[in-house]
Structures are given as structure tokens and as C-alpha cells.
Design a protein around this ligand. Structure first.
Ligand code: NAD
Ligand code: MG
Length: 386
């Protein structure tokens, strides 16, 4: 029997946040949510607070505090606002595990706070490992806490590695659907709109990761995430396009044997696995039926058209703060694209210019990484405005 796990859910109103709560709803004897945290006070957050009755609700945007207070008045829930107070909820004694499901660099601070207070982490926020993978993994190892991946590819690899701890890995193969623009050339992508990019064929996700999936930057970020999670050399990480998104990723061992993890594309599965690890809990999620997928297909990624994937490999090989620069530039560029300030194909151009211009640090501290993020955002924004 599993002890009841007490969760702090960072980014509760997002795609991963809401699906995490679906998992909790299915297993009320296994999980309790003691903290809900999001950027703004939305109707979603209010109804989550009323349903789950956490001890604390945190919002990053302080301007929304009065609205939150009015909506949850009299429920006996403590309310906090601002980045610092939000991150500090991760260290509360009533928390066993932090679910890191904030999007972007903003997700780093709560993870740092969680690690500094010895909490286990179910990690969706891949940007945390892209930016500060070395710090995060070293810290987790030192204090002996688990970093359990929610990202479906990494969950797949983690599952394939179970029971194989002493066996050498030759390489891992990350699969990607190829996104909505698979097969298109640069000419066709010239006038792509945010609405086109937000139409992902297999997954329904938040807007930032959906654009990253369309540009293949998502796969690039996942390559970096995999390097740190599984302690691999960049040359051991391969990407293949698998449009059906049924094989979630694969591990090839020293003897040539390959293990794959499969299932329908449904994030509730990797979320539940991360929350309940090392146990598997039952679920009523739809089952995969081989007869409905008579062919699973594979192709090479088109890295000439979708340049972001190679930029990510480049940043990974360079090390230091380069992936932090890549990430910040990408966040600014994606935001600009979503707001119609930047054409889709200019996203890698902005990233490239930032990687050239922002000072490189080979062994950055955490505070160096915060500074790199700030400088890169400033420079990327200036590139877009001119
Ligand atoms: P989303 O945009 O749907 O949700 C983001 C959440 O973060 C919201 O609750 C929002 O309020 C909160 N947030 C945003 N900025 C914040 C800030 N500054 N401070 C505090 N909270 C803030 O995003 P998502 O699709 O759920 O993705 C979340 C993370 O999980 C991302 O890092 C993404 O790469 C990763 N991920 C998502 C999926 C998926 O299927 N959606 C799959 C794998 C990995
Ligand atoms: Mg993924």
C-alpha cells in the first residue's frame, strides 16, 4: 500500500496541471493536493480551489490578489501572491512532492526551492533542466530525491530503464510526431499563422509547447532534458519522427536490444506514473488497440527546414550557459510569434543571434543563469522591435 502523497501543484491551471488533477480525482486515497499555484486568478483556479480545498493557493501575478481573495473568502485557504511566495510554498512541511508544471524559465525557481527543502519532484517543466540541468541533477543526487519525468518521451525512457540500472545504454531514441508542419518546406512555412501552429495533430497542450512542437524546438529541448536526466553524451541521443505518437521513446542497450514504451498519446499516463512511482496504479484511460493502427511509421527529422533542433544540439555540445541562452531567446521569439510580431521562420534566427552575442560562461552558477536569462530576453526583445 502506498502512503498518501501530499502534492504542491505548480501551474495547476495549465494543460499538465489540469490533467494532474484528473489523476488525483481518480485516486483520492493516494494523493492530496495541499498547494495550487498559477500565474493569474482565473475561473479555473477558483473552481480548483473550491473542489480540492488545498491549504494554500498561490498566484504569481500580485495584481490578481484582491480578486482571488474575494473569490475564496471564508474557505480557510491561505492565499499568497508574487514569484517568491509562490516558490516558497514548495518547501512547506505538508508537501511530499512538487509537480512542476509551470511553463518556461519561470518554473525554475519553485524547483530550486523544492530541492533546497528535500522534496521529490514530478517534472513537466523541461525548461528547468534545459537551463539548469547540471545544478538540478547534482542537487537531487546529493540529497537523494527523485526527479520523475512527466514529459512522455522521458517517462518512456525512464520506464524502459527500470530494472536495467547496471546495464550500459548504447543510445536512446526520442520520438516526435513532427508537428503540424511535417513535410512542409520553407516556402510553405513563410506565411504560417499562430492559429496554424496551434493545431497539433496528436496532443492538446499549452500554446508555448505547441509552437515548440511545430518548430521542432520541443524535440531540441527534450534532447537537452534527456542528457541531464539520464546522464548521456549528446552523441547517444537520437531523434526520429514517428507521426502516430504511439511509441513514446526507446532505449538501445549495449547488446543491441531495444526496449520501447508504447501507448495512446495521453499525458495522464506519464503524469500518473510520475506521481505513483515506483507503483503503477490502475486507470480507466482509453487503451491502445493494435488493429486501429495497422502501421507505425518513422522518418528522419527535416533539420534543414526546422533549424531549431540543430541549434539545441549545438547549445548542448557547447554546455555552460548556452542552453539557457537558447531557451530564453526561444521563449521571447515564440511569444512574439504568438502575438504576430515575428514570422514563424524567424524564430531560429533570433535564437542564433542570441547564441552568438550573449556572453558565454563555461561554468555558470545559478545566479549567473538568472542573469543570462535576463540579458538574453532583453537582447532578443531588442532584435524583434528593430
Ligand atoms: P500551459 O500554458 O497550459 O500552462 C502553464 C501553467 O503555468 C499555467 O497554470 C500558468 O498559470 C502557469 N504559469 C505560467 N507562467 C507562470 C509564472 N510566471 N508563474 C507561475 N505560474 C505560471 O502549459 P502546459 O502545456 O501545461 O506546459 C507546462 C510545462 O509542461 C511546460 O514546461 C511544457 O513544456 C511541459 N510539458 C507539457 C506537456 C503537455 O502535454 N502540455 C507535455 C510535456 C511537457
Ligand atoms: Mg514530450
Amino acid at each position: 500500500m502506498m502512503m498518501i502523497k501530499r502534492l504542491a501543484l505548480m501551474g495547476s491551471t495549465g494543460s499538465i496541471g489540469q490533467q494532474s488533477l484528473e489523476v488525483v480525482r481518480q485516486h483520492p486515497d493516494n494523493f492530496v493536493v495541499n498547494v495550487l499555484a498559477a500565474n493569474n486568478c482565473s475561473n479555473i483556479l477558483i473552481s480548483q480551489a473550491k473542489e480540492f480545498r488545498p491549504k494554500v493557493v498561490a498566484i504569481a501575478n500580485e495584481a490578481h490578489y484582491p480578486q482571488l481573495k474575494a473569490a475564496l473568502d471564508g474557505l480557510g485557504i491561505e492565499l499568497v501572491a508574487g514569484d517568491k511566495a509562490l516558490a516558497e510554498t514548495c518547501s512547506l512541511p505538508e508537501i511530499d512532492m512538487v509537480v512542476a508544471a509551470i511553463v518556461g524559465f519561470a518554473g525554475l525557481r519553485p524547483v530550486v526551492e523544492a530541492l533546497n527543502s528535500g522534496k521529490h519532484i514530478a517534472l513537466a517543466n523541461k525548461e528547468t533542466l534545459v537551463v539548469a540541468g547540471e545544478w538540478v541533477m547534482n542537487k537531487a543526487k546529493k540529497i537523494n530525491v527523485d526527479i520523475l519525468p512527466i514529459d512522455s518521451e522521458h517517462s518512456a525512457i525512464f520506464q524502459c530503464l527500470e530494472g536495467e540500472k547496471l546495464n550500459p545504454v548504447e543510445k536512446i531514441i526520442l520520438t516526435g510526431s513532427g508537428g503540424p508542419f511535417r513535410g512542409m518546406n520553407a516556402e510553405k512555412l513563410k506565411n504560417i499563422s499562430p492559429t496554424d501552429a496551434l493545431r497539433h495533430p496528436n496532443w492538446s497542450m499549452g500554446p508555448k509547447i505547441t509552437v515548440d512542437s511545430a518548430s521542432l524546438m520541443n524535440k531540441g529541448l527534450e534532447v537537452i532534458e534527456a542528457k541531464y536526466l539520464f546522464n548521456l553524451d549528446p552523441s547517444q541521443i537520437e531523434v526520429i519522427i514517428h507521426p502516430q505518437s504511439i511509441i513514446h521513446s526507446l532505449v538501445q542497450f549495449a547488446d543491441g536490444s531495444i526496449k520501447a514504451q508504447m501507448g495512446l498519446p495521453d499525458m495522464r499516463l506519464p503524469i500518473q506514473y510520475a506521481l505513483s512511482y515506483p507503483q503503477r496504479l490502475p486507470s480507466s484511460f482509453p487503451r491502445f488497440d493494435f488493429m486501429r493502427y495497422p502501421s507505425l511509421t518513422f522518418e528522419k527529422p527535416d533539420t534543414l527546414t526546422f533549424r531549431s533542433l540543430n541549434l539545441a544540439y549545438q547549445a548542448l555540445r557547447k554546455g555552460g550557459n548556452m542552453a539557457c541562452i537558447l531557451n530564453a531567446a526561444n521563449e521571447i521569439a515564440v511569444h512574439a510569434f504568438l502575438n504576430h510580431y515575428l514570422p514563424f521562420l524567424h524564430i531560429p534566427r533570433i535564437i542564433e543571434q542570441c547564441m552568438e552575442k550573449i556572453p558565454f560562461l563555461s561554468a555558470p552558477s545559478l545566479s549567473d543563469l538568472y542573469e543570462t536569462d535576463r540579458l538574453t530576453r532583453e537582447f532578443a526583445t531588442s532584435l524583434i522591435q528593430t
